[in-house]
Design a protein around this ligand. Structure first.
Ligand code: ZN
Length: 309
């Protein structure tokens, strides 16, 4: 009888718990702050170079392999101006027998201009990018640390894309003469012949204190099953930011991935801090307007998804 009871207890324990590690909000927020301590990370700046070295060093501590994909982009408005970009690509669990691989990605560069700042005098000043840049990377660095401590059956890869945020605001109306967004992920997708993960999850602007994550339209249209997997996990874990409503359509680093056939979704809070969006591409994009609890909502959901694969 006692043995029977023991088996029942074990079964119920196993059925309601995965071996998912708990996402450490404090550790992740420290990664966010550390990136901001380098200053703005717009391409070519001191903060950019210092932060790149730091990110590579951190990922080398936790991943099996880290590669740098370097590329050059010529400014369409000033062809003498060349940007040197680097996508940082890190992998865990490279055993070729592990066929299932999941990609988690974010952009690590920050916008060179606060061109949506309420004060026009700031429009040429680089932003700090606590949310738009550092937040997605902070979640990734923490997940890489936790996955190392508690290995998974699947492979997980991380890409920190560069030159996401160089786009000109009216690019859609004049694509031949203005610079686009997502230059690094576009370069990656164009040159990718061999890497096709089971699916990809992009994180962008996930640190807003007032976190609200409706479903992005392109993700829903082209990778609905991955959207369902993630938002179902959000519901299971009772994370209120994961709101089941399809809202904005966003041009982001998941679009080039979708174009080459990778099932990619974007987890993004486009309203920072609310629908006025006044902290976006503005000098107010600072750690004080982000929160560890927001990073934790996203991090716990991602860990739940990874550890239930
Ligand atoms: Zn941006």
């Amino acid at each position: 009888m006692l043995r029977f009871l023991y088996i029942i207890l074990c079964m119920s324990f196993l059925s309601c718990r995965t071996n998912r590690p708990d996402f450490d909000a404090v550790s992740s927020f420290a990664y966010l702050k550390k990136q901001c301590d380098f200053g703005p990370r717009n391409p070519g700046s001191k903060g950019y170079n210092d932060c790149k070295a730091y990110l590579v060093e951190e990922l080398r501590k936790t991943c099996d392999r880290v590669d740098l994909q370097n590329f050059t982009y010529t400014d369409k408005k000033d062809t003498n101006n060349k940007y040197h970009g680097t996508n940082i690509i890190a992998s865990t669990n490279l055993d070729p027998k592990k066929k299932k691989r999941v990609l988690i990605c974010a952009h690590w560069d920050t916008r060179p201009w606060a061109d949506r700042d309420p004060n026009p005098a700031n429009h040429e000043t680089p932003i700090l990018g606590a949310n738009d840049g550092a937040s997605g990377v902070a979640v990734i660095l923490e997940i890489a640390r936790l996955v190392k401590g508690q290995p998974l059956d699947i492979g997980v890869d991380f890409i920190l894309f560069d030159l996401e945020d160089l786009g000109d605001h009216n690019y859609e109306s004049r694509p031949d003469s203005l610079n686009p967004y997502c230059i690094g992920s576009e370069y990656f997708a164009k040159n990718n012949k061999t890497y096709f993960p089971t699916y990809a999850i992009l994180l962008d602007m996930v640190g807003d204190k007032n976190l609200d994550l409706p479903i992005e339209q392109n993700s829903f249209a082209q990778a609905k099953e991955i959207v369902n997997k993630v938002w179902d996990a959000g519901k299971r874990l009772e994370k209120p930011a994961f709101r089941r409503a399809v809202e904005n359509s966003v041009m982001d680093d998941h679009i080039p991935l979708l174009r080459i056939g990778i099932k990619a979704i974007d987890i993004i809070d486009f309203d920072y801090p609310d629908d006025s969006n006044r902290y976006h591409h503005a000098l107010a994009d600072i750690p004080e307007n982000c929160s560890p609890e927001s990073l934790k909502q996203v991090g716990d959901v991602l860990l739940e998804v990874l550890y239930t694969e």
